[in-house]
Design a protein around this ligand. Structure first.
Ligand code: CA
Length: 221
């Protein structure tokens, strides 16, 4: 029964949520709002948000990066787990999407923690490096445009302190990675990055079948 990860049937998944999900009211409300959004399928699942909050608690993270805000569910999730004097630099290219989440950030009282940067994430991260903020962040969540995942990974690895965490979303890419005929740029970028991280001695890793696949990466000392 335990030699491999069990397939998650709908009833078992429902049980998992029913007996373990703790979703603060502001998150629950923002999730409902996001489900009405035309791109609502892009949001992370609630148990993933809960895992991210636990990882922030476990590591005592105070400063975080997010690449890809969308409507701000993951942003709110991270911000709720950070201490009141924490900071979250949240990068999003689309100026409209985060406006969905901003009222919920305010309701939850974490809007002061969130430093939203509208623009190309690679440029925002590069500016942080140029400002001398390398190795000053404790936590990063990469969930932006997939074709730049390789760039974001290296930039986050520079910005994260030794012992800090990087989480990468959509690493199973709806099962498309195992189809060699799928050579779309997003697919090949994620495939190449997964293989690179597998052999990357700078980090310790665990790839989890949560949501669409989540790799947890710890920058080694
Ligand atoms: Ca995602």
């Amino acid at each position: 029964m335990s030699y491999k990860t069990s397939p998650l049937t709908e009833p078992v998944y429902d049980y998992l949520l029913k007996t373990s999900l703790r979703e603060p009211d502001a998150l629950r409300a923002l999730r409902a709002e996001t489900e009405r959004h035309p791109h609502g399928g892009m949001r992370i699942c609630p148990e993933q948000g809960q895992l991210m909050r636990l990882l922030i608690e476990l590591t005592g993270a105070k400063s975080a990066l997010e690449i890809g805000v969308f409507t701000g569910y993951s942003t709110l999730s991270v911000a709720l787990a950070l201490p009141h004097d924490g900071r979250l630099i949240a990068c999003e290219r689309n100026a409209e999407w985060p406006t969905v989440g901003q009222p919920f950030w305010q309701d939850a009282g974490v809007e002061d923690i969130i430093d939203l940067r509208i623009g190309k994430a690679a440029e925002t991260l590069d500016a942080l490096i140029q400002e001398g903020q390398s190795a000053t962040f404790d936590f990063a969540f990469i969930d932006g445009d997939k074709k730049n995942y390789g760039v974001y990974y290296e930039q986050c690895l520079t910005l994260i302190r030794p012992g800090g965490l990087i989480l990468i979303d959509n690493v199973l890419w709806d099962g498309r990675l195992i189809d060699a005929a799928d050579t779309e740029l997003a697919t090949t970028t994620i495939r190449t990055l997964n293989e690179k991280i597998h052999g990357d001695e700078r980090v310790s890793i665990s790839m989890l079948p949560v949501g669409d696949g989540l790799t947890i990466i710890r920058k080694r000392d």
